[in-house]
Design a protein. Structure first.
Length: 266
């Protein structure tokens, strides 16, 4: 009985504290901001979902510190996620194709290598992150193409060193207990591994929720996102162990934004 009570508390839904939040509008180039990754102790890498241009954005004022692009002309694609480990960067499109690169200087074109993870045969990809296992990346699916996996969070793991196509999912996580009877449509739009907390964040624009997983994929908490402050959340990361950053795509001509909250959440 004690275990049940503890689990209920862990899964209780709450919302980030808007009183302590900061909201930074994004420039026109990030009106359709999508993925986020840590760039420095005070900045994030961000991209939109139509072209392979990466921007480093300051968390102080939202200014773009540098921008660098892949391809000449710039690659146009459905870019859905980004992961970074220092200057090593990976981006992924909705079909599971990864492009690996090194961060460039402002207004430069960078070379990249391209790999097909094979995940595009199974699902529509919507997020990319470092993995609890060094050298690997986590890839989260939004829509599955095969089988009935409604109510299941599906995450793959790809080896960024061998570049081999993936096999079975890393985790297939039932969501009934976390969402309970609310019938919320949880369709992931971003994922992030937090090494300082040994947790994984998975955010969903549809249903406006964020799940917290342990390093093995077990659900430990759920947070609701305010509809007004988060009209379409597409990316998430934690910077400096104490700042949660959420990216929202602009709506009806409004600019995209990043929201910054104290972390961990209450």
């Amino acid at each position: 009985m004690k275990y049940v009570l503890i689990l209920f508390v862990l899964l209780a839904a709450c919302a980030p504290d808007t009183d302590d939040a900061r909201y930074l509008p994004m420039p026109e180039a990030l009106a359709e901001i999508s993925g986020l990754a840590v760039a420095s102790p005070n900045s994030v890498f961000a991209h939109d979902d139509e072209s392979a241009v990466i921007h480093e954005v300051s968390l102080e004022d939202g200014q773009v510190l540098r921008s660098f692009a892949l391809g000449n002309p710039v690659i146009e694609d459905d870019i859905e996620g980004i992961a970074a480990n220092g200057d090593s960067i990976w981006i992924i499109n909705s079909e599971g194709v990864i492009r690996a690169l090194r961060a460039g200087r402002d207004q430069t074109r960078v070379v990249h290598r391209q790999y097909d993870t094979g995940i595009g045969e199974h699902c529509e990809v919507e997020g990319l992150s470092l993995s609890p296992r060094p050298g690997n990346l986590l890839i989260v699916c939004k829509n599955m193409y095969e089988g009935d996996r409604r109510g299941t969070l599906v995450i793959y793991e790809w080896d960024a060193e061998t570049h081999e196509p993936v096999g079975a999912p890393w985790r297939q996580i039932p969501l009934a207990q976390a969402l309970r009877a609310e019938r919320i449509d949880f369709a992931p739009s971003g994922i992030e591994w937090l090494p300082d907390y040994e947790q994984i964040l998975v955010i969903s624009a549809r249903g406006r929720s964020m799940l917290v997983l342990d390093r093995d994929g077990g659900i430990v908490a759920r947070h609701r996102l305010n509809m007004i402050n988060h009209p379409q959340s597409e990316g998430v990361t934690v910077v400096g162990s104490d700042r949660l950053v959420i990216a929202d795509e602009g709506q009806q001509g409004e600019p995209g934004q990043i929201a910054i909250y104290p972390f961990p959440l209450g």
